[in-house]
Design a protein around this ligand. Structure first.
Ligand SMILES: Nc1ncnc2c1ncn2[C@@H]1O[C@H](COP(=O)(O)OP(=O)(O)OP(=O)(O)O)[C@@H](O)[C@H]1O
Ligand SMILES: [Mg+2]
Length: 261
């Protein structure tokens, strides 16, 4: 079995004072794709933002490529009405440092700079990969995956469709030369045609052995893509399903919501 690339150990977090996820253990091995599936609003994005260094873990550890990404210890509970942000920041390393390590989180909702053109965004993206090799090959892969971006090269981001923006977001993630690429709901709200294009592109990224964590509401897509699937409910992982036991959409729904779903 290959070495683990990302290990979440007993990870808890949220938006103080509201706890969102608790006791999460999750592993991604080298070359592996892992899926996370769960109902809306149960904390998947909050978990991933914590891994990306955007919000603080309250307890537990995030280990990436053998390095712990958080400071040791538990976050102290809030003791006064006046938030002491130093306490909350204590356990986090900077999002920039996380990116430098090659842990790339493509946020839900394709948050790009609306006034920049596609060309400008893709030109600055490799900055995140400073010091690591492979930009040329990754540019070729991006062109192969998203040929429609050529036509939109000089368009401002705000004039793109949701699907096109999502493609640019993933392209930005790739140009950061990920050692692990995390995609948070990449197909959310897309037309059927663009959804198929995007699922195909993600499958091709998978075929290049880029390690992936993918959150998506489309069970068929997830189960066809990943080596392992984690079910996530009310802020905890309720089940881990191995690739050779991948359930159908119906079976996943029963596991999550019971027979009466
Ligand atoms: N910035 C924030 N401040 C406070 N609470 C938040 C914030 N963002 C999200 N929440 C709350 O945290 C909980 C988990 O939200 P989160 O977005 O992590 O869930 P999710 O599983 O990713 O949902 P979805 O499937 O809709 O993307 C929700 O109750 C949400 O309202
Ligand atoms: Mg989310």
């Amino acid at each position: 079995m290959s070495a683990s690339l990302l290990e979440l150990r007993n990870l808890s977090g949220g938006y103080p004072p509201v706890s969102v996820f608790r006791g999460v253990d999750l592993t991604v091995r080298e070359g592996e794709a892992v899926g996370l599936f769960g109902p809306n609003g149960h904390g998947k994005t909050t978990l991933l933002k914590t891994v990306a260094g955007l919000i603080d873990p309250w307890d537990g550890d995030i280990v990436f490529a053998g390095d712990r990404l958080n400071a040791e210890g538990r976050m102290r509970p809030r003791t006064s009405r006046h938030l002491n942000y130093d306490l909350f920041r204590k356990r986090r390393i900077s999002a920039e440092a996380v990116v430098r390590q090659g842990l790339i989180y493509v946020m839900q909702g394709n948050l790009l700079f609306p006034e920049m053109t596609v060309e400008e965004v893709l030109d600055i993206a490799p900055q995140a990969a400073r010091g690591r090799k492979g930009t040329k090959q990754m540019r070729d892969l991006v062109e192969e995956l998203f040929p429609r971006m050529r036509e939109r090269w000089r368009s401002k981001i705000r004039f793109l469709s949701g699907g096109e923006r999502q493609m640019v977001s993933i392209a930005v993630g790739l140009l950061a030369l990920p050692r692990l690429l995390i995609l948070d709901e990449p197909t959310l709200g897309l037309s059927p045609k663009l959804r198929i294009e995007l699922c195909d592109a993600i499958a091709k990224i998978r075929a290049r052995n880029v390690p992936l964590v993918v959150v998506d509401q489309n069970v068929e897509f997830l189960t066809s893509l990943v080596d392992r699937l984690y079910l996530f409910d009310h802020g905890t992982i309720t089940q881990e399903i191995d690739g050779n036991e991948m359930p159908s959409h119906e079976e996943v729904m029963t596991m999550m919501f019971g027979e009466a779903h």
